[in-house]
Structure formats: C-alpha cells, structure tokens
Design a protein around this ligand. Sequence first.
Ligand SMILES: NC(=O)c1ccc[n+]([C@@H]2O[C@H](COP(=O)([O-])OP(=O)(O)OC[C@H]3O[C@@H](n4cnc5c(N)ncnc54)[C@H](O)[C@@H]3O)[C@@H](O)[C@H]2O)c1
Length: 435
Amino acid sequence: MTEYTPMKHLPAAPGYKEGDLFVLFGELFGRGYATGIVDEARRAGMTVVGATVGRRDNGGGLRPLTVEELAEAEGNLGGKIINIPLEAGFDLEPAADGLSPVDRLKGIKPDDWASVRFGEGLLESSRQRGIERFTANLQRFVGELTPLVPAGGSVLFVHTMAGGIPRTRLFMPLLNRIFKGTGDKYLPSELFWNSELGRFCQLNFNEVTGDTFGRLLESTTPLRTAVESGGGTVRYVAYGYHGCGVLLGGEYVWQSYTPYVQGEAKMRLEDIAVEATRNGISAAVYNCPEIQTNSSALFLGVELSLYPFLTALVREGGGPVAEQAWQDCAALLKEGENLPRMLARVDDYLCAPLMVSYREFTGWPQHNGKEQMAFMLERSQELMAMSVDQKRVVCAELSRLVFQGVGRLMFDDSWAPQGPVLWLNHDIIARRLVS
Ligand SMILES: NC(=O)c1ccc[n+]([C@@H]2O[C@H](COP(=O)([O-])OP(=O)(O)OC[C@H]3O[C@@H](n4cnc5c(N)ncnc54)[C@H](O)[C@@H]3O)[C@@H](O)[C@H]2O)c1
C-alpha cells in the first residue's frame, strides 16, 4: 500500500532542450489530461511523437489509422504518430476456441448478469493472447521509435493509458446503474465487483491502466541502455489517480470519488513506478485531481471536488490568473446565480456527515452506497444546472486550468522526481498557476 505523499514544493525548471524526444504513450484527445504536458514539451522545443490505440474495423479486427485518421491525429498532437495499434486489454481478443469474452456475452439479458460464467481458462486464454498482441505491437513501436532518439539527448515517455470497460451492450445498462443509478436503479458496485463480470472488468482494467506501464518499461530496456551508454537520459512518467487533497471546510483534505472501480489498476501503476525507481530507472506516477475529460464523462459527480479549486487559486496567492478564472467562471452562470453560493453548496456536500466514512485513505477504493450515490448525483446536477450552457459549464473551465497546471508540474518534476508516487493536490497546482 502506497503512502500518501503529496508534492510539497514546486519543481525547478527541467533541463530538456530543443531536439530532445517526448513520447506520448496513449492517444491525445481534445480535453484530455495529456494536453497540458504536450504543450510544455512543445514550448521546450522537444520533438513530439505519439501513439495510437488503433481502430476496430466492422469485422472487429484491430487496424492502424487510415491516412485521414492519421492526418487528423497528427494535427491534433502536433507531431508524428507511430501508426501501430497499441490497444491494450482482451475484451475483443479471441481465446484458443476462437471466441472473445465479448462474443461469449452476446445474447445475455441485463437481468441475468449475475449468473454469467466464462468457463475454466477461457478468460485467461484471451488475456494471454491480448498480452502477446500488445507486446508484439509495442516491440514494433519501439523499433520505429529508436531511430528518432537524439544521440546524447533526453527522452521523456508519458504514459496516459487508462480504460478497459468491455465493449459490449450488456455492460452499459449495468455501469449506468452503478455510476448513475438512484432509487430502484441503484446497483451496489460491490455486488457487481464480486461477480464474474466484475472480475472480468477488473482483469481488463489491470491490463490497460496498470500493466501497460510495466510493459513500456520492459520493452524500452534496450533503447534505455543504448541511450544511457551514449550519455543521454530516459525518463518515464504516468498519470495516476488515488483521491486528491482539496479545500474542504477551509482545510486541504484528502477525498476521493466513489466508486472508483479502477483503483486496483491504478495502485498497480504506483507499484510499477516504485519497483522501477528501486531498480534505478527514473519513473514516477503523478496522482491527479478529478477533472472532466472523455474518460471521466461516465462518472457523474467526479467533478464535485473540482469546484473548490477556485478557492485554492485565491488561497495560494491570487493575482491575475485567479482573477481571470473567477471572471471566466462567473460569466458562465445563469442570471441570479453566483460563485460564492455555488462554492457553499459544494462545501456543504464535501463536509456532510454522510461523506466522512468515504474519506478513509487506507480503505480506498471504496464501494458506493445508496444514500451516497443519491446525494452525489443530485448535488452534481444542481451545480451543473447553475451554468447557462450545459456544454460550457464551470467545471470544464476549471478542468482546463488543472490540466495545464498538472502538465507543467509533471514536466518540470520528471527531470528529477521528488518521489516515485506523488499527489498533485489543489494547493500545489494552484500555486504553480498563480506564481
Ligand atoms: N479525468 C480525470 O478525472 C483523471 C484524474 C486523475 C487521473 N486521470 C488519468 O489521466 C490519464 C488520461 O486520462 P483522461 O482523463 O485525460 O482521458 P482521455 O480519454 O483523454 O485519455 C485516456 C487515454 O487512455 C488511452 N486508452 C483508452 N483505452 C485504451 C486501451 N484499451 N488500450 C490502450 N490505451 C487506451 C487513450 O488512448 C487515451 O490516451 C489516465 O491515466 C487517467 O486515469 C484522469
């Protein structure tokens, strides 16, 4: 179990220089966390290279990007993408008998989810084949990357992969009940997690969110050795999540979104960084705040702990950045609403007696509760409804600020990490932005 180790001081400017290599391990989406660190790399004049997860064709096969898709992805990244599909996981991977886990779930009714059994060894067979495919593609990826490494220069790998929800219709109604269900629709995440389907989800999350980092470290060992023997350096960073310290009743307090079912996979990621650091590799996981991205859209309520970031900006020094953020956020509100009232409603939620037992660091990640879900979802909707346009809400604005601050902190700290696992809480991010 990792110790809670928040980043305490702002890292110094790193030594990356023009022509050094920045490798984004995962695809970049418009409002994703990685946007922040890619901007930093570009500003430093590094050569930006990216990856793709590839796409599934109509027959279900995994393929590289088409010419058009590649052009769009490279335009979005502002750099070359090595067009080898790096999708991880095994939900669509045929086992020895030719059927994938998702094939086996076809025709099962949502009400019968609890009685699903995959059959001895069949999940494991798909998992192994998924690992073989991913590792083989990763070898080819590294092969194409190697000639791009500057002699005697620095290489920074940024792991952003997370996901693994099995892509089958059966899952959506179940996950909607776990993450968004209240009253009769509420489904205890614990019940689901202890089922065969839950176990399948867990295994797939571990592959995508956790083990891809270990496989990256392993596959790049020859590259790392070659770079280091030529006087260069190789570093690795990854985006983690393990709750976050935010202002709650006027103090910075650790809290978490519940139910964060990817928690075990994220702890694997931390363990991989700890082990690599022990072996003399520069690897660090940065546990980041809850923000709104493509990946977090399913987790309604995850954004609640983001609102107090506005107060953190003032607490950590204020000034033009904080003032601008307050103005921009206030401009998004409906007539008659205001930010102090919004923040009071968030504080009332975060400090409520019902939420106290969900703030136990050692018990993380916790399962949901019926009352907790109803409270979280209702408060989430109430606060969202304070913005005029549901496509431009206050927490979208705050998400942008946070991924910028996080990008800068990770980029700077990666040069000489303060530890293998660090929490980027609201205080340090706000301090980075206002200073
Ligand atoms: N959004 C949040 O609140 C939050 C909080 C803390 C940490 N993070 C972490 O930040 C990182 C980026 O996430 P984001 O929220 O910006 O969302 P995002 O959707 O922009 O990024 C998700 C990434 O995962 C990759 N990915 C998805 N499925 C994959 C698969 N099967 N195989 C390989 N790669 C796959 C995507 O290509 C993409 O790079 C993730 O590690 C995420 O856990 C997010």
